[in-house]
Write a new protein. Structure first.
Lengths: 189, 227
């Protein structure tokens, strides 16, 4: 259901309505993204109550920051999911007694997301994306997953895997570059 | 960090896997250097990772709870009198307070990180690094000099309504020059490059302006400091 729901959603209109403080826009945004957001938070946190807390907090943040939302293709989806990701990671790290790391979602950083990836996100086919990830060499996928799903910094990943930090840095970069290349080659939709 | 070090850190940066101070340094470097186009593609690939998790359906109550808790965005003047978290209906359940407690915690941690970051920079014996703290009523801020390059760093900034923006100014001999309209993050943080070779004794100030910024300040600074 949610695997393809994103394709039919008019995010430009939702972004405009959010900026106009229209409550129904929030309902539309929630309906379009809640399953995706909840899946992400649940994968990180492993329990439903914490995952719901994370996404409730994230959607309220989007509402409070509505003037910053960008409805351009994929950007709003990316913004919402980045906030969900950061909230979930902070809850997970606190639970493990680690310091909070991902404090802010800087909308400027989201402008960094290239248009092709953003377009891909708005039309995303999750099954295909998982297949792309599976195509990465194990050592690259492992460092990327530890950073993304456990919220570890590259130096924490290096300690966890007993690798030099420089190796972890370069695996992250090469892995993402490779993922990006796979995405570009296969293309969407 | 040097340009080549930034290049090596781009993957970790795109994954948000840098420590806070490294992240700030990379961000500041990217704002002034156009040799790192790769970052857009890496950030794009990283943002796609959100889809690697399978979609799951949250409880129906969550939707109801979320939509019932929406309030119009606070205007700056209202923030003092009625912070939005005080008017959220809290009759319903277990963790209604959680987002607000988290938000408050994030603001405190942000301030702590800023001060810590500043302390690190001040205390590392590197004579090229200097910090000037701003004073005022809204949030907290500092100008961090790395050699000649100056960056304004803010934390704990209140969210503004859609009709307003924070704007930074460089005031030299009493003449304010607009430096930039600030993008404040969800956690209330903002960073603005002030460029190189700032005039000595200039004042850096932050005001609240109509959205998009003004040519001249239209309100008193909420933060300011003399360099």
């Amino acid at each position: 259901l949610a695997e393809t729901a994103a394709a039919a959603t008019d995010y430009e209109r939702i972004a405009d309505s959010l900026r106009a403080r229209d409550h129904s826009a929030m309902a539309d945004l929630y309906d379009a993204l809640s399953e995706r957001a909840f899946g992400l938070a649940f994968r990180i946190l492993g329990d439903r109550a914490s995952a719901e807390d994370a996404i409730q907090d994230a959607f309220l943040t989007v509402w409070r920051q509505a003037e910053q939302v960008d409805g351009a293709r994929g950007k709003l989806v990316s913004y919402v999911l980045t906030i969900v990701h950061h909230r979930a990671i902070d809850i997970a790290r606190r639970r493990q007694g680690l310091n909070a790391r991902l404090l802010s979602v800087d909308p400027q950083d989201l402008h960094l997301v290239d248009d092709e990836s953003a377009a891909l996100i708005s039309d995303a086919d999750a099954a295909k994306l998982r297949m792309f990830l599976a195509d990465l060499p194990d050592e690259q996928r492992t460092v990327i997953e530890l950073a993304y799903f456990e919220g570890l910094s590259y130096s924490e990943v290096a300690r966890r895997l007993n690798l030099p930090p420089g190796t972890v840095k370069s695996r992250m970069r090469l892995g993402l570059a490779r993922l990006r290349k796979i995405i570009a080659e296969v293309g969407y939709p | 960090v040097s340009c080549s070090e930034v290049q090596e850190l781009l993957g970790a940066f795109a994954l948000d896997a840098l420590d806070a101070e490294e992240q700030a340094e990379v961000r500041a470097h990217l704002a002034t250097c156009n040799l790192h186009d790769e970052v857009a593609e890496l950030a794009g690939a990283a943002s796609v990772l959100a889809f690697a998790a399978s979609a799951e359906t949250p409880s129906a109550q969550l939707r109801e709870r979320l939509l019932a808790g929406l309030e119009p965005a606070a205007r700056p003047a209202e923030v003092q009198e009625a912070p939005p978290f005080l008017v959220v209906p809290r009759q319903s359940r277990r963790l209604d307070w959680a987002p607000y407690a988290l938000a408050a915690a994030f603001a405190l941690i942000s301030l702590g990180l800023l001060v810590w970051n500043v302390a690190l920079l001040s205390g590392n014996g590197d004579s090229d690094t200097r910090v000037v703290l701003l004073t005022g009523t809204g949030g907290s801020g500092a100008v961090v000099f790395d050699g000649d390059d100056a960056t304004l760093e803010l934390a704990g900034m209140d969210a503004l309504d859609a009709a307003s923006d924070y704007q930074a100014w460089l005031i030299e001999d009493g003449v304010p020059v607009p430096v930039g309209v600030l993008q404040v993050s969800a956690a209330g943080e903002a960073t603005q490059s002030l460029g190189a070779s700032l005039p000595a004794n200039a004042v850096v100030a932050v005001t609240i302006e109509p959205a998009g910024g003004s040519a001249q300040p239209t309100s008193a600074p909420i933060l300011s400091g003399e360099l």
